[in-house]
Write a protein that binds this ligand. Structure first.
Ligand code: ZN
Length: 147
């Protein structure tokens, strides 16, 4: 299996069986983000416990990339602290804007490495970023609420 096939199979696995799917309680903030260029929609909830992202739950519809990205993000981020998410967000964004030039570190990115393949297709980058932008928005609102 070459790298592109591996990436595609990771995305399809998450699309077929989404992790952390469904809206759960309790939550601090709920956001709704859309990606009009593809028609993807996402409602996402976040629950903080101090500095820790205790839960991320969601309901989405749209293409396989946007759906898989949300599932992967949940796996990667639940239980991590806000600062770690911020660093990963910056690096994920850089990877997605690299047009395939950046090879991600699997230890840090886990299944999110699969979206390195998507970064070669500029029209689909927004699909992969939808969940990340929604979570960043939700975390920022939740932090404002606590302070
Ligand atoms: Zn899409």
């Amino acid at each position: 299996m070459n790298l592109d096939e591996l990436y595609q199979s990771i995305i399809l696995d998450h699309y077929r069986e989404k992790h952390h799917s469904g809206l759960r309680e309790p939550f601090d903030v709920e956001v709704h983000h859309v990606n009009p260029s593809c028609g993807d929609e996402l409602t996402l909830r976040v629950q903080l416990d101090g500095e820790t992202i205790a839960d991320v739950s969601y309901e989405g519809e749209g293409c396989s990339i946007s759906q898989a990205s949300t599932s992967v993000l949940g796996d990667l981020i639940i239980g991590k602290d806000i600062e770690a998410f911020g660093t990963l967000y910056t690096d994920f964004l850089e990877m997605m804007q690299s047009k395939g030039a950046i090879t991600p570190d699997e230890d840090r990115f886990e299944d999110a490495i699969a979206f390195a393949g998507v970064s070669k297709f500029p029209a689909r980058v927004k699909c992969a970023l939808l969940a990340w932008s929604a979570l960043r928005d939700a975390v920022s609102q939740a932090t404002d609420k606590e302070n």
